[in-house]
Design a protein around this ligand. Sequence first.
Ligand SMILES: C[S@@+](CC[C@H](N)C(=O)[O-])C[C@H]1O[C@@H](n2cnc3c(N)ncnc32)[C@H](O)[C@@H]1O
Length: 297
Amino acid sequence: MQAGTFRSDASPAGAAKPRSLRASRAALPPRGTPEGIGERPRSTRAQGHGKVHLVGAGPGDPDLLTVKALRLITGAEVVVYDHLVGEAVVALIPPAARRLYAGKEAGNHALAQHEINRLLVELAREGHDVVRLKGGDPFIFGRGGEEMQALLEAGVECEIVPGITAAAGAASATGIPLTHREHAQTLVFATGHLKDDTVDLDWAALARPRQTVVVYMGLGALEIICTQMISHGLAADTPAAVIHAATTPRQCGVHATLATLPGAVRAAGIRAPALIMIGEVVALDPGALLAAAATAG
Ligand SMILES: C[S@@+](CC[C@H](N)C(=O)[O-])C[C@H]1O[C@@H](n2cnc3c(N)ncnc32)[C@H](O)[C@@H]1O
């Protein structure tokens, strides 16, 4: 496969009661009730605490928000949002709402995770209902689990509103199907986040045939990832792609092979946020979607 560049232009949410998830599941309301799982009526909320919604903002395109996320964002009183929440989604926050930027750009954390946890607890204890807006899905490499735990431990009610994760957004926006009966029966999401200049993944499990691997936060470790996948058994000509800013007007990327991807990404100047997709399905990109090729600026 040749290296190339390309560019293109809810179900009921889970909620958690301030105890355990098991307890909150037991408290599931009947289907169709407007309150979330385990949600108590406002009047009985602990000590006048507000509630925190951990809301998935999706990969960037505001049209990919769930109806519930849109309703919560446009009606928000206080919003705590991350770096990866799309500008067009941030623009939906009402002007009168209090906006708090929590950052978390690689190497540039406006607030450390424990400070974000504390901020959410404090805002809720002050009686505010908080929309905690996170890129993609809160429970996929979003540290939403840690925030939920901190809130529950502090006795603060929270509810999770899922979002479209970057892999699903990128797959749809490029036309690369993540699974395919003839090419990929399993799909793995992994983090390529560097720790002590290395990335510690189960390479043997990742380098399996007929499997699609999507690596989040992996751009800095791209060379290591491609080398390890080849040395653990994948063919050097396995199709692989990097997609930047999927579903936003800045979307661009390169498709190549495991052997050629690092060079192709360097040549195109692709930067974070970006996903690495590895597997036969990458070769199925329909071309038409990728016709408006462009290199990253
Ligand atoms: C901290 S993780 C958050 C993932 C998020 N919770 C999700 O479900 O998509 C951040 C990483 O997600 C990926 N990412 C998020 N949005 C993206 C987008 N629009 N295009 C490509 N990659 C994206 C990048 O790998 C980025 O470094």
